[in-house]
Design a binder for this molecule. Structure first.
Ligand SMILES: NC(=O)C1=CN([C@@H]2O[C@H](COP(=O)(O)OP(=O)(O)OC[C@H]3O[C@@H](n4cnc5c(N)ncnc54)[C@H](OP(=O)(O)O)[C@@H]3O)[C@@H](O)[C@H]2O)C=CC1
Ligand SMILES: O=CCCC(=O)O
Length: 293
């Protein structure tokens, strides 16, 4: 990737990824809606721009990592947005988790101005982003994918090129739908063990030695027992992903009762004011369902 890389969106993931790029010697120009969030990146050597359009004007490649479909649309289509400066020879890579339709609309707008578009949502959370251990699920313009590989190699442990725009978004939603359902089953199991007089830590030890051992149970189990829900993956984003995955199921006539029930638990957790905590905080909603105290 020649020249400076633009980066839009410095939330949990955007900050970790852009910091990692800086650490590996990339020149990065950042923008964030809440401008003060740029300060720490600037202290670590980034340049800062006032608007998404200014970032795109300056950089051949611009990456975005934004919360949801409305945010992804806003930075592209609104005043001072990406579309005002995107043109032939410039690439736009959206790493936000959005639905297929959102990604396609953004891709069409970028390419209609002569730009190149790649969607590249990621698997892996805050720590993998800090450590360059993400899994990148790219789709769209193959040439842009190949040009972006030096940066993807810094961000992640593996990149997949999945074909046409929409396939990355779909793959990401399927993975997160499974993850959200697993988190609910795990939570129910922790509660059942506790209420029936078993030791929670012993349950974690047993799980970790068996066929359903996985990094999520290993990492989140101890913090859930301690009720520590410091956000790595905000619950409001997991619920957004369940909602978008259920819509994908709807479009494809796929019945998903397990995912639908998990989505209800995440909605309940949001209504309890837990949306900004880690998605494992759904544990509190599972523990105290509607009507109980
Ligand atoms: N955290 C995680 O573990 C993972 C998250 N993801 C996905 O990555 C994306 C980012 O997640 P994460 O970093 O955790 O989220 P955060 O909530 O920490 O950050 C969201 C970012 O989006 C910006 N934003 C929100 N609304 C708008 C808007 N209308 N216009 C412009 N900018 C906006 C925020 O700006 P501001 O600072 O001004 O609020 C912030 O920079 C999401 O799609 C999420 O689903 C994917 C893999 C893992
Ligand atoms: O979208 C968030 C995914 C979090 C993870 O893969 O650990």
């Amino acid at each position: 990737m020649e020249g400076e890389i633009g980066f839009l969106g410095l939330g949990i993931m955007g900050k970790a990824i852009s910091m990692n790029l800086l650490r590996h010697g990339f020149k990065v120009t950042v923008w964030n809606r809440t401008i003060s969030r740029c300060d720490e990146l600037v202290e670590h050597g980034a340049s800062m721009a006032e608007t998404p359009a200014a970032v795109v004007k300056k950089c051949k490649y611009t990456i975005a990592m934004l919360s949801d479909p409305p945010a992804a649309f806003s930075v592209v289509f609104d005043k001072d947005g990406v579309l005002e400066q995107i043109c032939h020879g410039k690439g736009y890579i959206d790493m936000s988790t959005v639905d297929c339709d959102t990604s396609m609309k953004i891709g069409e707008a970028i390419t209609s101005k002569g730009g190149y578009f790649l969607e590249a949502p990621v698997s892996g959370s805050k720590k993998p982003a800090e450590d360059g251990q993400l899994v990148i699920l790219a789709a769209g313009e193959k040439t842009l994918y190949e040009e972006a590989l030096p940066a993807f190699d810094v961000m992640g442990k593996k990149s997949f090129f999945l074909g046409k725009v929409g396939n990355g978004a779909k793959m990401k939603l399927v993975v997160n739908m499974i993850m959200g359902s697993m988190m609910n089953a795990f939570s129910e199991g922790l509660i059942l063990a506790d209420k029936s007089g078993l030791n929670s830590q012993t349950l974690l030890d047993v799980l970790d030695l068996g066929a359903i051992a996985n990094p999520m149970f290993k990492m989140k189990g101890p913090t859930m027992i301690q009720k520590n829900y410091s956000p790595a993956f905000p619950l409001k984003h997991q619920q957004k992903d369940m909602r978008l995955a259920l819509a994908l199921g709807d479009e494809n006539s796929v019945s998903m009762p397990v995912a639908a029930a998990a989505n209800e638990a995440f909605k309940k957790a949001r209504s309890m004011g837990l949306g900004d905590l880690d998605f494992s905080a759904v544990h509190e909603a599972v523990k105290f369902p509607e009507g109980s105290s």
